[in-house]
Design a protein around this ligand. Structure first.
Ligand SMILES: Nc1nc2c(c(=O)[nH]1)N[C@H]1C(S)=C(S)[C@@H](COP(=O)(O)OP(=O)(O)OC[C@H]3O[C@@H](n4cnc5c(=O)[nH]c(N)nc54)[C@H](O)[C@@H]3O)O[C@H]1N2
Ligand SMILES: Nc1nc2c(c(=O)[nH]1)N[C@H]1C(S)=C(S)[C@@H](COP(=O)(O)OP(=O)(O)OC[C@H]3O[C@@H](n4cnc5c(=O)[nH]c(N)nc54)[C@H](O)[C@@H]3O)O[C@H]1N2
Ligand code: SF4
Ligand SMILES: [Mo]
Length: 766
């Protein structure tokens, strides 16, 4: 009988990052079984079906050597030294000729590999570029921009505790499949059974979550702004707002109120497609509830009026007084900030060079990337480094991207697998995967999980911290002698508690200010070398812990971590290193959360004139502008549904899926009858940008005129497979410019298409 060992880690398939126990056969080093980790502070043993099949991530086809593209488009294997030096030389040449702003970085983290980010930041500084194009900027940047206005900073973050609220509202999210909240199925099930709690779901589709709800408002796709405006209209017109809360905690209500006093509620509910009486009942009940929490996601972010939706959703809980108390949306902190704050346009904020897209929360929108490259503009992008991301598959307009990438002087992809994007690159660098190196998970607020490696790195691969450290040095940066710091780290290890390393590090940072931008690399090579179990890449957490401890000492002690001053930071660092299931780093008392506000008077600034004047008042124009497109392309395609077996594009081998390998398109029976389509038939979908073939399943889960396809299908894995075996790529249909005017978030949930039945037998993929 072979023996096995159980290792603790986290699932890397969605932002919840549930704790997992991975049982590995000692002899074969194969994963035998994956179960939930009961010691994990937030998931508490919960996992969904996807995590149990993470062995398909571990065992998939991998990259094992750096690759360089030949003239004829094929790749050749090269050594790491050659790859690093050639890439570094080209980056320096491009930077020194065209400026750092001609270089862009894309990706950085997927759902569970965030360790590299500190090192990637140092690398971007070396390149001299502010440009980080991130998947988060194709969903959440409208929210962040609104936070900047309401709360004073774009990186002020809040939680959405549906589990603690008397009245929960879920708008455009399907936690039963997509999660987005911890232990979602358990929590939604509990709320559904509890007579004292109410759950409202706003979704055009009869989702698994909608089926558990007390009220399901089947909004028409893209019409949430009318629905939420109508709800706000009812609140102010009936005087249901919380005057005491508004008085104590907000500014600007008098300026906001008239806009909603004037909303023609019945007309707006009709546009939204939801019965007026139902909206009235739900809104009154919500206004009367003791606690309300609202959770939303892509259904309103990747939809028409994305940024306006972000604002209206927040007004709903703010003017009913449901903020910053238990059971309501309330402010939280992150141990390592996911995003930053960017100054807005008019305040000297940054934009891209060609399309002038604004930087929000320190990131740039994927939708404009191809437009920033594929142009003769003298300040266009000329080099692109992609890490842990598959834009060709996942970002808007696959064809426009492929065309644009051909114009680049340099394109580098760092990934574990030969992705659709990697195929376009000049250089492909193979990374060790997330179970072969130190990694972290920290999407969940007030929490941090450092994950130890379980397997040795696959031969030929390197971790991202190592890759970026080598690139930085090969570019000629960080030529500082670190031996004194290395000695100090060693002495500190032998004489703990005396702050020897801390003192030396502070002194070195003062003497060589240029070191600061490389602090992650410096710490890895000094303090890192003294850490147990090869945890050198985690050394930057020591610094992060000091920063966090200096900002939130009370909240940290409130989470049961004792200590003062520098000692508190060191204690958190030690705890992180020694908590295989992750730790709660802080707990903010409800009486103190208002301190996290960044407005000068700590009040919420409700009035955002540009959204009210230029947008809410002009909602009818949005409908008019869509009308021609809707006539020509009669179907609303929800392009990117989260299902039982899709997980972005992290797992490439579709054998992992027990069901729905084909990635069926959901079509309503009425539409199926009209187009004479039967279960399993193939159809062609054509948008203004492109066309795909896809197999149909007939279901009344969608409304007539609305069709829904999964996200993360159509991957080129294995050879000679037809679309029938791999599904279809949604972003062949999407258009880069079909997006939110402010945040540039795509309208992936409202893609307009024509549908035709396909008669031929099979179409091979190229
Ligand atoms: N299984 C699985 N889970 C995942 C992922 C995955 O790939 N697979 N990806 C993860 C990631 S990266 C993310 S961002 C999250 C996203 O998580 P969610 O946003 O919760 O998931 P989606 O299925 O994309 O969309 C949510 C809902 O929006 C609805 N919707 C579509 N159009 C509209 C509209 O106009 N109005 C309203 N109100 N609703 C609309 C859809 O019917 C759908 O039920 O999921 C995460 N979890
Ligand atoms: N049409 C449409 N498009 C969508 C969506 C939609 O709903 N509709 N959803 C969007 C959303 S919300 C998101 S978040 C994006 C997600 O899209 P992406 O940001 O592209 O994320 P993933 O698909 O998770 O891709 C992660 C990549 O990281 C690689 N990888 C895995 N582990 C490692 C590692 O350890 N190191 C390195 N270097 N690489 C690794 C994987 O092989 C994969 O190529 O897709 C978006 N695209
Ligand atoms: S996919 Fe998300 S919810 Fe499911 S186990 Fe993984 S982290 Fe948890
Ligand atoms: Mo996402």
């Amino acid at each position: 009988m072979s023996t096995t060992t159980v290792h603790k880690s986290a699932c890397i398939l969605c932002s919840i990052n549930c704790g997992i126990d991975i049982e590995v056969d000692d002899a074969t080093q194969k994963i035998v079984k994956i179960t939930g980790d009961k010691d994990h502070p937030t998931s508490q043993g919960y996992i969904c079906q996807k995590a149990t099949r993470l062995n398909y991530y571990q065992d998939q086809e991998r990259l094992t050597t750096p690759l360089r593209k030949r003239e004829d488009g094929t790749f050749e294997a090269i050594s790491w030294d050659t790859a690093i030096q050639e890439i570094a030389d080209k980056l320096v040449q491009i930077r020194d000729t065209h400026g750092g702003t001609s270089i862009a970085y894309a990706g950085g983290g997927g759902q569970g590999n965030h360790m590299a980010q500190m090192y990637a930041a140092a690398f971007r500084k070396t390149c001299g570029t502010p440009y980080i194009y991130s998947s988060i900027a194709q969903e959440k940047t409208g929210n962040f921009w609104v936070h900047g206005k309401l709360f004073g900073r774009q990186n002020v973050a809040y939680g959405e505790p549906i589990d603690e609220a008397e009245f929960g509202v879920i708008i455009g999210a399907n936690p039963m499949q997509a999660h987005g909240m911890a232990r979602a199925r358990k929590v939604i099930g509990e709320i559904g059974r509890d007579k004292n709690r109410t759950l409202v779901v706003i979704d055009p589709r009869a989702t698994e979550t909608a089926k558990k709800a007390d009220y399901w408002l089947q909004v028409k796709p893209g019409r949430d702004a009318w629905l939420m405006s109508a709800m706000l209209g009812i609140i102010v017109q009936e005087g249901l707002e919380d005057g005491a809360f508004i008085e104590a905690h907000t500014n600007g209500f008098e300026a906001v109120m008239p806009y909603f006093m004037d909303i023609p509620v019945q007309e707006y509910t009709a546009i939204a497609g939801v019965p007026y009486e139902l909206v009235l009942e739900v809104t009154r009940k919500m206004a009367a509830a003791k606690t309300v929490a609202i959770r939303s996601d892509l259904g309103i972010e990747m939809s028409l009026n994305s940024t306006l939706n972000s604002y209206l959703k927040r007004l709903l809980f703010l003017i009913t007084g449901n903020f910053n108390k238990k059971g309501t949306n309330h402010l939280v902190t992150w141990f390592i900030p996911l995003i930053g704050h960017s100054r807005d346009l008019g305040e000297g904020g940054m934009t891209t060079k060609v399309t002038k897209a604004r930087e929000i929360a320190k990131v740039y929108p994927p939708n404009v990337l191809s437009l920033e490259i594929d142009t003769d503009h003298p300040e266009r992008l000329r080099a692109l480094v992609v890490d842990s991301c598959n834009p060709v598959l996942n970002w808007a307009d696959t064809q426009a991207q492929i065309k644009a990438y051909k114009k680049l002087d340099l394109m580098v992809v760092v990934d574990v697998a030969m992705t659709e994007t990697a195929r376009e690159a000049h250089y492909v660098l193979p990374a060790s995967n997330q179970f072969e190196k130190y990694e972290s998970a920290f999407f969940t607020e007030n929490f941090y999980h450092l994950r130890k490696p379980i397997f040795s790195p696959l031969e030929g691969t390197l971790s991202e911290p190592e890759i970026y450290s080598r690139l930085i040095k090969a570019m000629g940066a960080l030529e500082v002698d670190l031996s004194e710091l290395q000695e100090a780290a060693q002495k500190d290890k032998e004489n703990p508690g005396q702050g020897i390393f801390q003192g030396a590090f502070m002194q070195a940072s003062m003497q060589h200010p240029e070191l600061r931008q490389f602090s992650a690399v410096v710490l890895r090579e000094t303090l890192g070398k003294t850490l147990p179990d090869g945890a050198d890449s985690a050394a930057f957490l020591w610094f992060a812990a000091q920063l966090y401890a200096s900002k939130y000492p009370e909240a940290i002690r409130n989470a049961g971590i004792e200590g003062k001053g520098a000692e508190l930071g060191n204690i958190i660092f030690d705890k992180i290193l020694n908590s295989p299931s992750g730790i709660k780093v802080s707990k903010h008392d409800y009486s103190k959360v208002w301190d996290l506000m960044k407005t000068p008077d700590k009040k919420v600034n409700l009035y955002i004139p540009e959204l009210l004047e230029d947008w809410l008042l002009k909602l009818p124009e949005v409908l008019e502008n869509q009308a021609a497109l809707e006539r020509e392309y009669p179907f609303n395609l929800i392009a990117g549904e989260r299902r039982t077996y899709n997980a972005n594009a992290v797992i490439r081998n579709l054998e992992w899926a027990k069901t729905d390998k084909e990635g069926f398109l959901k079509v309503h029976p009425t539409d199926a009858a009209q187009y004479q389509i039967e279960e399993g038939d193939a159809v062609q979908l054509t948008s203004p940008t492109g066309a795909i073939k896809i197999l149909v399943t007939i279901t009344d889960e969608v409304q007539p005129g609305v069709i829904s396809m999964p996200h993360g299908h159509g991957l080129n894995y294995g050879k000679n497979r037809s679309y029938k075996e791999v599904g279809a790529m949604p972003n062949v249909l999407t258009t880069a410019t079909y997006c939110d005017p402010l945040a540039k978030t795509p309208y992936h949930k409202n893609v307009r298409v024509k549908l035709e039945k396909v008669l031929e037998e099979a179409v091979e993929l190229t």
